[in-house]
Design a protein around this ligand. Structure first.
Ligand code: AMP
Ligand code: MG
Length: 309
């Protein structure tokens, strides 16, 4: 009887596709100086989560501005020989810097350091310190590495028996795969002024959704607020009339680098870059609370102006 049932179930599976519903494997960890949460569905979900944790630790070790990893040694002036993948990553960062007219600049570490943003010892530096820091051109991948990690994670999951995943990498969201009911993933955009999310972005399949905001890290001195996204031309916190920019892209590195760049560029220049491009969508929130979204951003749940092609 048992054997018959077994044969019956096997036949049903072959005919019907045997849609086994997995419960997600959930893992939280602290990496790259931020809290991360992985939620993965599928047969190899636990192995997939372990792969991702190993990759995150390796990226952190290699590209941290502190410690004795590759980036710290480069910043220390050491001649290093780069593996092909590392050279390719740095070349892509340089290309994104050129593409954004220098608004994304992966060599601002000394400037961030002068303001105390990298270790929390905040202060307003003198102009001479800022000028000197700008000239030092020390690497800092903080504006793009989590996005890169997201796309690497998606690539690793594709090599496993994993159906779908949502990864929150310190506020950067990486989706992988499709939801079983075919509906898009809904990703909430944080309200920079506090309270409930401003709205939800809908995206299907594998994508990166990354937000840069002046509310994410800042300090106040004599009634002035100084935040951590710097204008590479002045060395001062970017003052472009925005409080946050969210970028949606199939490519995590692009999403992360552009979220930072668009914050520096502001709504006008950011919209122009979007019109010249076909690899991202964006949502801009202005200091007065107005919201603008590019026509493919698929933002719902709030009122906004559409940025058209
Ligand atoms: P994000 O949160 O992705 O916008 O990245 C902000 C972090 O990137 C800062 O904390 C700095 O470490 C670094 N950063 C600040 N301004 C820039 C910039 N204009 N281009 C590249 N990296 C930057
Ligand atoms: Mg970024």
């Amino acid at each position: 009887m048992k054997r018959l049932l077994c044969i019956f179930l096997t036949v049903c599976c072959l005919l019907g596709g045997c849609a086994k519903e997995y419960s997600p494997v959930e893992k939280s960890l602290w990496a790259m100086d931020t809290y991360m949460e992985l939620r993965i569905w599928g047969r190899d979900a636990a192995e997939g989560a372990d792969d991702i944790e190993t990759m995150l630790r390796e990226l952190e070790r290699k590209w941290s501005v502190t410690g004795s990893g590759l980036l710290a040694r480069m910043n220390g002036g050491e001649e290093v020989s780069l593996e092909e993948a590392d050279a390719a990553l740095l070349a892509r960062l340089e290309a994104l810097s050129r593409r954004t007219g220098g608004a994304f600049d992966p060599r601002l570490h000394s400037v961030s350091q002068a303001w105390g943003f990298y270790n929390g010892q905040y202060r307003v530096p003198r102009q001479s310190e800022i000028d000197e820091a700008l000239s030092e051109k020390q690497w800092d991948l903080g504006a793009a590495l989590k996005g890169y990690a997201g796309q690497e994670a998606a690539r690793m999951l594709a090599e496993r028996q994993v159906e779908r995943a949502v990864l929150s990498l310190g506020g950067n969201i990486q989706t992988y795969g499709e939801k079983p009911d075919g509906t898009p993933w809904g990703i909430a955009i944080a309200n920079p002024f506090g309270g409930d999310p401003v709205g939800t972005i809908h995206v299907s399949g594998t994508a990166s959704i990354v937000t840069s905001g002046s509310y994410q890290r800042y300090f106040e001195k004599n009634g002035v607020r100084y935040h951590h996204i710097l204008n590479p031309q002045t060395g001062y916190p970017a003052d472009s009339g925005l409080v946050s920019v969210t970028v949606i892209s199939r490519d995590g590195l692009t999403a992360d680098a552009l979220s930072t760049a668009l914050f520096v560029m502001g709504l006008e220049r950011g919209s122009t870059l979007w019109r010249e491009s076909d690899d991202f969508e964006a949502v801009f929130i202005l200091t007065d609370g107005k919201i603008y979204a590019t026509e493919g951003a698929n933002l719902r749940g709030c009122e906004y102006e559409v940025i058209a092609r």
